[in-house]
Design a protein around this ligand. Sequence first.
Ligand code: 13P
Length: 231
Amino acid sequence: MIVALNNKSNLTKEEFIKYLEELSTINTKHKMILCPSSINISLFNLDNISLGAQNASNNVAGAHTGEINSKQLKSYNVDYCLVGHSERREEQHITSQDTNKKIRLLIDDNITPILCVGETKEQRIHNNYKAVIKEEILTAIEGLSDKEVEKIIIAYEPIYSIGTGIIPSNEEIIEVLNIIKSILPTNKILYGGSANEDNIDTLKEIDEIDGFLLGGLSLKVDKLKLFLEKI
Ligand code: 13P
């Protein structure tokens, strides 16, 4: 399984250095990817875990104040990058067209995009979640070759599950994973949203899941170790 850790906007320099020491003690058969806050990327020094970023610029190098482009990420040995996380869609107004530009540049720089998709509670209640997921994927992969599309990892994160402790039923998750598979039959798919060491026994019954994208749990290494033992 793939286990990607999204630290979000957490950990000061000192906290991150201590955190890396804790992570270095993880011994697991699973493929681990750490996506630290951008400012901590240059401190990463582990060889049991791959390095990811939480965002990349829509643009190549140039006059784009505050942006970090994919070539810069690659020069810091970043091999994976989250794209279209719901927190960025909401807070930074990232669109699916933006995710398409980012994915194009990341693939050109040999970084594997982890495309986050997911619906709000309202979209689920109004039964347009299927259309939302399809749009988020189809727009993001526009103009890419089949071979390029195959490289993308999808993370299904129902927005109402992120940080809330609320997890959809396995049937609800499987339904969405099958929608994703109807468009992208061979891509790896992660589940994200309040996954933890307590609910993993239920989540791991879902055969269609290839791994997990963890937010809160990424910061609690003891509990993360329990989680890794259970999958
Ligand atoms: P939580 O695991 O804290 O719900 O966050 C999930 C997430 O957004 C990972 O990208």
